[in-house]
Design a binder for this molecule. Structure first.
Ligand code: JDK
Length: 401
């Protein structure tokens, strides 16, 4: 794999000569070339930054040196047998979070280029130039939600994560095999000799006995339990994500109470950002927790949870004006769990909750919410002519069979 790095601090990348990456370079597995951005700044002071248009703090990196540097990197590959262009990775605090999945993806590329920004970042037109004029795939990536002073440390991290996945870079291929069955839990704690260690005068620390037992089943169980406990303590977000949700049946159902109101309010806003912006969504965007809780007394509201997190909800009631009509509302699935058919199942669930006397179902949606309308039509609903019960919406009905 070839890696080009452009930076105003080429010395910052010196660690790429060390350890596994340095060895991989010497073994010919990695071809790393670091370029000084200032070589492409031609004024007397080799200026690479200037003040931001529109005002604001700090400086912004000028487009011209960056364009010349990237052009030179791309040109340097002109004679490559694979005719390839590099994939450009630009660290930035506003980038896509860098993950092991992305490391695996990048490890498949024959050629990566990294652009290390400084100051407040790089003039946006450089990204356009790279993508549209040079034809590069450009990814802005973030190491995490904290602010560094520049992209160099991120490049060191990404390069290390990618390089260790290249065939031949890690001596012990088993280390990678073990990693490959990732299940979204943190690792178990590890121990080595001595089994009993005097860490301070009068204090001995023993390795957990089960690890010395030779009972492989018991060891596997203990390790799994440790992984669950650690994940719950340190990364509860992973615990939720590790619970696969493919259908409504995977979720825990309950009737909503006032205690669910805050989460319901958050779910409503998360699900309806688009609609709230377009229609004001009959006030759903500004509803207070008290109003949400108050609605629970007028509607039967069902909440569905995954790993404790409220991820879907729907409500229903008999029409106060027409007790033969079952009104269905607030059909919501958390954005990260949408597009797996849960909404459709939720609708069928809400219909099934209608009491015996109901002969028709009724619901209401934004007149321009095409996806919703398609789903409702497919489920047998028909749009009532004219405006719906709220401005900018339509009402839909379906006979109960
Ligand atoms: C590349 C310059 C510094 C500092 C503006 C951002 C919200 C506005 C850039 N994961 C991660 N963290 N930080 C980086 C990273 C920082 C970089 C560069 C990567 C190039 N900087 C910088 C401040 C801002 N500020 C946070 C408010 C932008 C990657």
């Amino acid at each position: 794999m070839r890696i080009d790095v452009v930076s105003i601090f080429p010395e910052y990348l010196a660690p790429l000569d060390l350890s596994l990456i340095g060895k991989a370079r010497r073994d010919g597995l990695l071809d790393v070339r670091v370029h000084d951005l200032r070589e492409f700044a031609h004024d007397r002071h080799r200026t690479v930054d200037d003040t931001p248009y529109g005002g604001g703090a700090g400086m912004v990196m000028k487009p011209q040196p960056w364009a010349e540097a990237l052009d030179a990197v791309v040109r340097s590959g002109a004679g490559r047998a694979d005719g390839a262009r590099p994939r450009l990775v630009v660290p930035g605090p506003g980038g896509t979070p860098f993950t092991q999945a992305m490391a695996r993806e990048l490890a498949q590329e024959p050629w990566l280029a990294f652009a290390c920004g400084r100051y407040e970042g790089i003039d946006e037109r450089v990204y356009e130039h790279a993508a549209q004029d040079l034809g590069l795939r450009v990814d802005v990536v973030s190491l995490g939600d904290y602010v560094l002073n520049g992209g160099e440390v991120a490049v060191l991290a990404v390069t290390e994560a990618v390089a260790r996945l290249l065939p031949g870079v890690i001596g012990n291929a088993e280390s990678l095999v073990e990693e490959s069955h990732e299940d979204g839990l943190l690792e178990y704690p590890v121990y080595t000799k001595p089994a009993s260690w005097e860490s301070a005068p009068g204090t001995t620390r023993d390795v957990p006995r089960v690890l010395l037992s030779g009972d492989h089943r018991a060891i596997a169980q203990w390790r799994h339990q440790q992984r669950l406990e650690r994940t719950a303590a340190r990364r509860p977000d992973l615990l939720h994500a590790s619970q696969p949700v493919g259908a409504l049946a995977d979720l825990d159902l309950a009737l909503a109470t006032a205690a669910d109101a805050p989460e319901l309010m958050v779910l409503t806003r998360a699900c309806w950002v688009g609609e709230i912006a377009r229609y004001g969504m009959f006030g759903a965007g500004e509803e207070s927790v008290e109003q949400v809780a108050d609605d629970l007394t007028r509607w039967q509201t069902w909440v569905f949870r995954s790993g404790g997190r409220l991820v879907a909800s729907v409500r229903g009631r008999l029409d106060p004006q027409d007790p033969a009509t079952w009104q269905i509302g607030r059909l919501m699935v958390a954005p990260d769990l949408q597009h797996r058919g849960i909404g459709r199942e939720l609708l069928a669930f809400a219909e099934a909750q209608a009491p015996a006397g109901a002969t028709a179902y009724w619901l209401n949606t934004g007149a321009g919410s095409d996806r919703n309308l398609r789903i409702y039509r497919k489920a047998g609903y028909r749009v009532r002519p004219g405006e719906g019960s709220f401005p900018g919406t339509v009402d839909l009905t379906k006979r109960r069979r």
